[in-house]
Design a protein around this ligand. Structure first.
Ligand code: LIP
Length: 276
């Protein structure tokens, strides 16, 4: 990983995440005004299902971020949720989710974020997640620890299931949600409680900050999890799938090491990554 200044990558990711967050907040008023019924009342574009919506703010925020990346680092690869997909020659690939938690954005609920992460030669090296409603920036670079608004953060040391507060999420397809709910039916009695915030990037940052003990979800896209995963791991959490690999669309699990194994064993026993 020689020759790439990770601090410079993190500075770029953080600046663009905050700028995009400010843009989507500015856009909210005009978008709501255009529909007259708030964003939920308008004819929003959909993707994988009728509940997988995309707004003009998603697209505008992704354009702002991509333009900024291309201006600063024109030879990097980029993958964005709203269609950006370009190859690069530097070994750096950016993974961009312009609004993670789009449903929350549409309903004006607080938990939505802008997520900008970068991998170098396939290894996540920086992550920036900005939560505009709370003006909160989570950030990390490989080997540099994790921060929230510039202050160091650490995951909890939770080592038991019974008192663990666990975040999770559900997909856009009904059969996927059915399988996730069946798993949750077995998890809920085993833990303190469940939280469903609606943004994977935020869930991972809350693990990093010790505001939940663990998080799991099946079916995330690479851009959902990229930045939050390194923020959680730099805050001391184990982050991976259920089979000894890195976090992936198959499964993403994040928790302090003792709890990670307990949750993994529980989820493997439920075939949580084998369901639809
Ligand atoms: C969201 C994820 C969340 C998941 C939602 C959705 P999006 O991403 O961050 O964890 O439960 O179903 O996939 O679509 O808002 O970028």
């Amino acid at each position: 990983m020689t020759g790439v200044d990770l601090d410079a990558l993190l500075h770029l990711a953080s600046g663009l995440a905050v700028e995009a967050g400010e843009l989507i907040e500015e856009m909210r008023a005009s978008l709501e005004g255009s529909t007259g019924q708030g964003l939920t009342g308008g004819d929003l574009e959909t993707k994988s299902s009728v509940v997988d919506v995309v707004t003009p703010a998603d697209k505008a925020a992704e354009k702002l971020i991509i333009d900024g990346l291309e201006s600063a680092r024109p030879d990097d690869a980029i993958l964005g949720e709203e269609g950006s997909d370009r190859l690069g020659t530097t070994g750096v690939r950016w993974l961009v989710d312009p609004i993670d938690g789009t449903t929350n954005y549409v309903y004006d609920l607080p938990a939505y974020t802008v997520s900008v992460g970068a991998e170098l030669d396939g290894v996540m090296v920086v992550g920036a997640v900005y939560e505009p409603k709370g003006n909160t920036l989570y950030a990390a670079r490989l080997g540099g620890g994790a921060t929230r608004n510039g202050q160091p953060i650490r995951c909890t040391g939770k080592a038991d299931l019974e008192t663990a507060l666990i975040a999770t999420g559900f997909g856009y397809l009904a059969d996927r949600r059915q399988g996730q709910a069946e798993v949750l039916l077995e998890v809920i009695p085993a833990v303190r409680d469940i939280r469903r915030f609606g943004s994977a990037a935020l869930d991972l940052c809350l693990v990093a900050a010790g505001q939940v003990d663990g998080y799991f979800e099946r079916g995330l896209n690479p851009w959902d999890l990229a930045a939050g995963a390194i923020i959680a791991s730099e805050a001391g959490a184990s982050v991976g799938d259920l089979r000894g690999g890195p976090p992936s669309p198959d499964y993403t699990l994040a928790a302090p090491p003792p709890l990670f194994e307990l949750l993994r064993d529980l989820l493997v026993g439920l075939d949580a990554d084998q369901r639809p």
